[in-house]
Write a new protein. Structure first.
Length: 152
């Protein structure tokens, strides 16, 4: 995967997730980490550190994130909508989006989409929280891949 690899995943677990979740955990209960199951998350070092740090790792079944991953179910849609509106606003105002100002405009769209109500709704839709075992069996079917062939 071009976004992460085994080393980055383990560094993120050690340097970001574990200290942040530990600081917010007022009990001695295990931390729960729900992942998409990419092979970069399932290394010996990653799992060893998780076990030693009282982190329970749950991997979503392959090809089911379209129905079971909270970001896919409730956050990416509003983010895309907010980003399109931001691009449209810049275009209408004749403001080019460049490498220099991209993060400024993206952050604005992100802030509009990333609301606690959106996050709560996304977790609810997936049945992760509040826990809802009545997720339809169709959610566990792999996503159908669509291909198109360019005319030559």
């Amino acid at each position: 995967n071009r976004w992460t690899d085994q080393e980055l995943s383990t560094l993120w677990l050690k340097d970001d997730f574990e200290p942040t979740s530990k600081a917010q955990n007022i009990s001695s209960q295990p931390h729960l980490l729900i992942l998409d199951g990419h092979n970069s998350h399932c290394t010996y070092e990653f799992c060893r550190f998780a076990t030693q740090s009282n982190i329970i790792v749950v991997c979503l079944p392959s090809h089911t994130t379209h129905a079971l991953q909270p970001c896919d179910m409730g956050f990416f849609g509003p983010l895309v909508t907010a980003w399109k509106a931001q691009v449209n606003q810049c275009t209408c105002s004749r403001i080019p989006i460049t490498k220099t100002n991209f993060l400024q405009y993206y952050a604005s769209a992100y802030d509009k989409a990333f609301k606690s109500s959106t996050i709560v709704s996304a977790f609810s839709k997936t049945g992760i929280y509040p826990l809802n075992a009545a997720i339809p069996a169709s959610a566990f079917k792999p996503v159908k891949l669509m291909t198109t062939q360019a005319s030559m």
